[in-house]
Ligand binder design. Structure first.
Ligand code: GLA
Length: 351
């Protein structure tokens, strides 16, 4: 992989990293102002920056071997560049003077795998620019800017889960976050051993399906007369909603309840059951699973050493998360990946 010096012929002046995340419970609840429960994964995105000596912004993505450049007032970059560009533009909108910069990106977070590669890129970029330009910006504010970069410049109307997880999460803790108030607590992990497996299924419809679910939730909340579905805490009134809004609302209401139960001091076995229930709800009510993910989750759930498993992230492909009995994770991964291959799929263990 080409280094910063190889590409730009000078040394970086600042650098920062940010972890990807895996969400243990609380899926699609964030844009309904509900609860989430992510932890970070060891894979990170690394960004190095320096001031440019010309009028051109120049970005290099080492994993992709892709280079792009632009000038202020010129055509906005696309692909990976739109996230970096988005970070620069949101900083500018906050009154920060961002001169042309050189940006080198190297990432271990698999792209498009539901592990928040875009948030890790945004958070690492903003951290590096914060350092380079000496901007006063706390980690919550930084997460909010990262989310704006994604919504306004990458066109995904995402919630704040990924950016908060990447900015404030911790590897051996789970971040219990109320996405309405941004109140949060870092809690001990539920126990057992964490497993993350990429299903190998490229995410299709990820942004169109995602934005559609978000609109459905907004319609359901409006019909119920609440600000957000987070405010509906029982299933009593969802019969008033037309299909499929009733199912969408049921997922959000039950998923928020699962997160609250999970942080109420349950043991790891119960935590696993809540993960299994979450998957069923994402598959049947929220309809964001795909057959390959269901196969992988089923194989994990059937394994005698697994407490529970579910798809993680937006769905439509991507990764699954599971909790295994202590000391069994390697065997579970190899057993499940063998069976998954026999079913005609190619998965990969990530954690
Ligand atoms: C994506 C979004 C998040 C969240 C999850 C689903 O990762 O970026 O904001 O909505 O999907 O929980």
């Amino acid at each position: 992989m080409r280094t910063f010096v190889d590409v730009f012929g000078c040394e970086p002046e600042a650098s920062a990293s940010a972890f990807g995340r895996v969400n243990l419970l609380g899926e699609h609840t964030d844009y309904n102002e509900g609860y989430v429960l992510p932890t970070t994964i060891p894979q990170a995105t690394h960004v190095q920056v320096a001031l440019s000596s010309t009028r051109r912004f120049r970005f290099y993505a080492a994993n992709l071997g892709e280079f792009l450049e632009y000038e202020d007032e010129g055509q906005a970059p696309r692909g990976f560049g739109q996230y970096v560009y988005g970070c620069i533009e949101v900083l500018k909108s906050r009154g920060v003077n961002v001169p042309p910069v050189l940006v080198h990106i190297a990432s271990e977070v698999p792209m498009g795998g539901g592990l928040s590669s875009s948030a890790a890129l945004e958070v690492a970029t903003l951290r590096a620019l914060r350092q380079l330009l000496d901007v006063s910006l706390d980690d919550v504010e930084l997460a909010k800017l990262a989310q704006r970069a994604e919504v306004e410049y990458a066109g995904v109307r995402c919630g704040i889960l990924d950016q908060m997880a990447s900015s404030l999460g911790s590897p051996d803790r789970m971040l219990f976050l109320d996405t309405r108030t941004l109140e949060r607590k870092l809690l001990p992990m539920p126990g057992g051993e964490l497993i993350v497996v990429d299903s190998g299924i490229a995410r299709t419809l990820a942004s169109s399906g995602y934005n559609q679910r978000r609109s459905e939730c907004e319609r359901a909340a409006a019909l119920l007369g609440v600000k957000a579905l987070r405010d509906e805490t029982t299933l009593d009134r969802i019969v008033e909603l037309p299909a499929p809004l009733d199912r969408r609302a049921r997922h959000i209401i039950t998923e928020n309840a699962r997160v609250l139960e999970a942080v109420s001091g349950v043991d790891v076995a119960r935590f696993g059951e809540l993960m299994n229930d979450s998957h069923a709800s994402l598959r049947d009510d929220y309809e964001v699973s795909v057959p390959g993910l269901d196969t992988l989750v089923h194989l994990l759930q059937q394994h005698p050493s697994v407490y529970g498993a579910r798809l993680t992230g937006a769905g439509f492909g991507g990764a699954c998360v599971a909790l295994a009995h202590p000391g069994t994770a390697s065997k579970v991964k190899s057993d499940v990946l063998t069976a998954y291959a026999a079913a005609g799929f190619e998965g990969k263990a990530l954690v």
